[in-house]
Design a protein around this ligand. Structure first.
Ligand code: MN
Ligand code: MN
Length: 296
């Protein structure tokens, strides 16, 4: 089962103005081959299909637990896309051209197909695909794939960071660089336990340290790179058998945290009546809220 918490994993700042082209490139981190949809679905399906759960419980717990964290990453990247699209249309009469900003935007589907919201697609608007999921059933091969997936995801995050200076996009990327670093290290340690090969020596891939980015450095200084959260009320306790010892880069002790990060509120984004988002005029929304309150 999945238990859901109506918060984002971090406090995301609200942008001062819309930035549809930043929203378009950030889509790669959501629905790209190395995006959060891919990490979520890879680890989730690997956990569904896992054989030898009793004997190999720490490895099952690790993959299932990181899968749960990835769900929140999909949510965080989607929130970033939505924030970057907030106020993207003009406050004009529908008979004018309130959606003209979409005419030259990189992703016209943000204006025509969704209500100025995230798509399950990459930065070139190719839909996320089920064959991005690799699950051979061979545990070492699947863990090796997951290590590769985290490193590829890291490369794409860094490149998107280098494409946009938008502070909302960079805050999200800074945090996810640090969390991805935890996952890459965790899979490397799992591989070391199974094979004896010290995979952590390959990190970081690419060789640009997280500390080069102020938005990531802040989370490392808060110790986030040492913490593996246990995203469950009672389960996945055996992750402590893998997430232990010291961090391969700074030698600080690794720590399993029981529960989720403190997180931040969901964003409250503007309605856009000129584009029928969400399809009610402000006075109608007020009337609906009043009616629901009375029925309580
Ligand atoms: Mn992630
Ligand atoms: Mn990850």
């Amino acid at each position: 089962m999945i238990l859901r918490i109506d918060k984002l994993q971090i406090e995301l700042p609200m942008p001062k103005e819309a930035d549809p082209d930043a929203a378009a490139v950030v889509q790669e981190l959501l629905g790209g081959r190395f995006g959060e949809m891919s990490t979520l679905m890879n680890y989730t399906f690997q956990s569904f299909n896992f054989r030898g759960k009793k004997e190999l419980k720490p490895f099952y717990d690790l993959i299932a637990n990181i899968g749960a964290e990835e769900y929140g990453h999909v949510e965080l990247v989607a929130a970033t896309v939505n924030a970057l699209l907030n106020g993207a249309s003009r406050k004009e009469d529908p008979s004018e051209t309130p959606l003209a900003p979409g005419l030259k935007a990189r992703n016209t589907h943000h204006f025509i197909v969704t209500g100025q919201g995230a798509l399950v697609a990459n930065s070139m608007n190719t839909p996320w695909q089920g064959d991005y999921v690799f699950n051979s059933g061979d545990l070492v091969l699947d863990l090796l794939h997951n290590f590769f997936l985290e490193c590829g995801a890291r490369l794409h995050k860094i490149r998107v960071y280098e494409m946009t200076s938008n502070p909302v996009a960079r805050e999200m990327i800074g945090y996810l660089l640090v969390r991805g670093g935890v996952h890459a290290t965790a899979y490397a340690k799992a591989l070391e336990i199974l094979t004896g090969v010290n995979v952590t020596k390959m990190l970081p891939i690419p060789k640009i340290e997280n500390s080069r980015f102020p938005e990531a450095r802040k989370y490392e200084e808060a110790g986030q790179h040492r913490k593996l959260y246990r995203f469950s009320l009672e389960d996945y306790r055996d992750i402590v058998r893998i997430w232990k010892g010291t961090h391969p880069q700074d030698g600080q002790p690794l720590e399993v945290v029981d529960g989720t990060p403190p997180g931040g509120p969901q964003l409250d984004l503007d309605e856009a009546p000129e584009a029928s988002i969400p399809g009610f005029a402000p006075e109608e929304l007020h009337e609906i809220a009043q009616r629901l309150l009375k029925e309580l």
